[in-house]
Design a protein. Structure first.
Ligand SMILES: Nc1ncnc2c1ncn2[C@@H]1O[C@H](COP(=O)(O)OP(=O)(O)OP(=O)(O)O)[C@@H](O)[C@H]1O
Ligand SMILES: [Mg+2]
Lengths: 302, 291
């Protein structure tokens, strides 16, 4: 057992889990309010990674040292903007149409973002190396047999800070209260004076910003990016959201860390098993725990 | 002469091929309590949904009385000085209010104009506290901006404190203050009904729409509700329009009743007039056989 459940695996599990968590929060928030599985969400994460890439390259070209916080802000803004525009252009016109229309549109938005990015010469379809060391020079620390890099520290701490801020917004601010009310009963919320479209815009912006941040953090820790990089993490973050109970923010976080750990430990046993474990979890959850770990029973709508 | 608060003008509404409301007309006087009755599926709730902007009527218009907001008081005074004769003053007075066409407004805009409602099936936010259920209804009235909220400055804190005080005052009036911090989903049915009315009042309405407020209540609770409705009308200066199946309730509280069946208005008048109307009796008795 010692060889599988060691400190290194725990660090790796937290780190992957953190990335999934930042992405899956956006899935779960959007689903909570408009019951849309936004398949383009993984692509917001890709946009965040590219925004960070260009920001770092731009400063490097000017022989300046990029500020990590500014780059983080840029990738979050980029993620927020594509999320906002996707909602306004693609999803909002379909708001009161059958849910399947919006779902198919989400797949369309996803492909649009991926193929358009590949078609832009500055991005292109192939992998690019993320200039992580231009952003932060690497340091590694030895803790017993485990190796911890400062990239991982940045990754985990940024993720945790963002999750704390997000939780604060959702739980303790007026707009967060309006988001929760809208998720519980959209029609009643509208009839209590809440501008639901404003809340939906805000939800996309928050979700997009977190995905954008995850894009940067991925660039730092796994420094290879391409326009399709959002597909698999997006899918896995979605699985994490389902595992935690889609619509629940703490559920999305919990599901993400469980998935992250399962993958890392599974990988330690057998690399193919590790890759497949997320999908196995999805199937098991759908069969045995369709509401997820922290999900609520869906109330009937009248 | 009494002012009309709400005017519904030849409103017809279709759901696909189904005519749920046909040619509905109404001029609701300020301060009145009016009732809307009719068998199941008559189109009563649809009328509420049309007034509150959930649906836009296929045909017809809805108007709501608004007070004109004068930009500057000084300008107002000057105008009055200019028109010294009594007729001029009268004109001024009439101009203060106007009937605003709210037909195509969004629900949240209509709430901000002063129309609040409760629902036939309770629509309380179950996972918010009782206090937050009230605070949410005061949402659109907050006066601080995003900047103040982010900075958590004095303006923000004062405003939030004021809202909270107001909410707690409301909870006390409705005898719910011992539940202030409980999640709404834990409350018994009767308290949820009261909370829903309190929440509607928190939006500071001029017109309150109640959709079957006495549903599921026993005779004692129903009597208490009647007293409460009369009391809130006075206390909050309200005009009330309510839907109810409970005949004793409607007859006991409403000054004027409209009766619908299959989307048509089949009768209206005082409780006395309506209860003696043969078409009303037929609509009710005819349907009871199947109920
Ligand atoms: N969103 C909708 N889509 C389609 N049909 C609807 C919709 N809402 C209501 N209807 C139909 O319109 C008619 C009127 O419904 P409404 O809810 O207004 O009746 P009601 O008078 O309130 O009845 P009840 O006493 O049962 O509450 C019914 O036939 C109902 O099935
Ligand atoms: Mg009804």
């Amino acid at each position: 057992m010692g060889s599988i459940f060691n400190l290194q695996q725990i660090i790796n599990g937290i780190q992957i889990g953190s990335i999934y968590a930042l992405i899956s929060i956006g899935y779960t928030l959007v689903y909570g309010i408009i019951q849309l599985i936004n398949f383009a969400h993984g692509d917001f994460y890709m946009v965040g990674a590219y925004a960070a890439y260009f920001a770092v390259m731009f400063s490097a070209a000017r022989k300046e040292h990029p500020n990590v916080l500014i780059v983080l802000l840029i990738s979050m803004t980029a993620g927020a903007i594509v999320a906002f525009l996707s909602n306004r252009i693609a999803y909002r016109p379909l708001r009161y149409k059958p849910r399947l229309s919006a779902l198919i549109t989400a797949i369309g938005v996803s492909m649009f973002l991926e193929y358009t990015s590949s078609a832009i010469p500055a991005i292109g379809p192939s992998y690019r190396a993320f200039p992580q060391s231009a952003l932060i020079p690497e340091h590694t620390y030895k803790i017993g047999h485990a190796i911890l890099s400062n990239y991982q520290i940045v990754n985990m701490s940024v993720a945790v800070v963002l999750m704390v801020v997000l939780t604060y917004i959702v739980q303790y601010t007026r707009i967060g209260m309006a988001m929760r009310a809208s998720a519980q009963d959209k029609d009643a919320a509208r009839l209590m004076g809440i501008d639901i479209e404003y809340i939906i815009d805000f939800t996309f912006i928050i979700g997009g910003a977190l995905a954008g941040a995850a894009g940067l953090l991925t660039g730092i820790t796994y420094p290879r990016i391409n326009p399709y990089m959002g597909i698999i993490p997006g899918l896995k973050a979605f699985i994490a959201a389902v595992l935690g109970g889609i619509g629940s923010v703490p559920g999305a976080m919990l599901g993400s860390y469980i998935l992250g750990f399962s993958e890392v430990f599974g990988m330690a046993i057998n690399s193919i098993l590790g890759e497949g474990i997320a999908y196995a979890i999805l199937i098991l959850v759908l069969i045995f725990l369709p509401q997820g770990l922290l999900g609520k029973k869906t109330g009937e709508k009248v | 002469m009494q002012n009309t608060v709400l005017k519904i003008d030849h409103v017809t509404h279709y759901f696909g091929g189904l005519r749920a409301v046909s040619d509905f007309n109404m001029e609701l006087p300020e301060g009145a309590i009016w009732g809307l009755i009719g068998p199941n599926g008559a189109g009563k709730t649809t009328i509420f949904n049309l007034i509150t902007g959930v649906y836009i009527p296929t045909k017809g218009k809805i108007y709501f009385r608004q007070e004109r907001k004068f930009k500057k008081k000084s300008k107002d005074k000057n105008e009055q000085k200019g028109k010294k004769d009594s007729e001029g003053k009268k004109e001024q007075k009439e101009e203060r209010f106007y009937m605003e066409d709210i037909t195509r407004y969004k629900p949240h805009t209509i709430v901000s104009k002063g129309i609040a409602r409760t629902f036939q099936n309770l629509r309380i936010f179950p996972n918010l506290t009782v206090l937050d259920n009230i605070r949410i209804a005061e949402h659109f009235r907050v006066k601080y901006g995003l900047y103040d909220a982010v900075m958590r400055n004095k303006k923000f804190k004062e405003e939030e404190e004021k809202i909270k005080e107001e909410a707690i005052k409301l909870l006390k009036l409705f005898n719910l203050h011992s539940r202030t911090y409980s999640l709404a989903k834990g409350l018994p049915y009767g308290e949820l009904r009261r909370l829903e009315i309190a929440r509607a009042l928190a939006t500071h309405p001029k017109l309150l729409l109640l959709d079957e407020p006495a549903a599921g209540m026993n005779p004692k609770e129903t009597q208490e509700l009647m007293d409460m409705i009369l009391w809130i009308r006075k206390e909050f200066n309200l005009t009330i329009f309510l839907i109810e199946h409970h005949m004793k309730f409607v007859m006991g509280i409403c000054e004027h009743i409209k009766v619908m069946d299959f989307g048509e208005t089949i009768a209206e008048g005082t409780p006395q007039e309506v209860s003696n109307n043969p078409r009303v009796i037929e609509a009710y008795l005819g349907r009871k056989k199947y109920a």
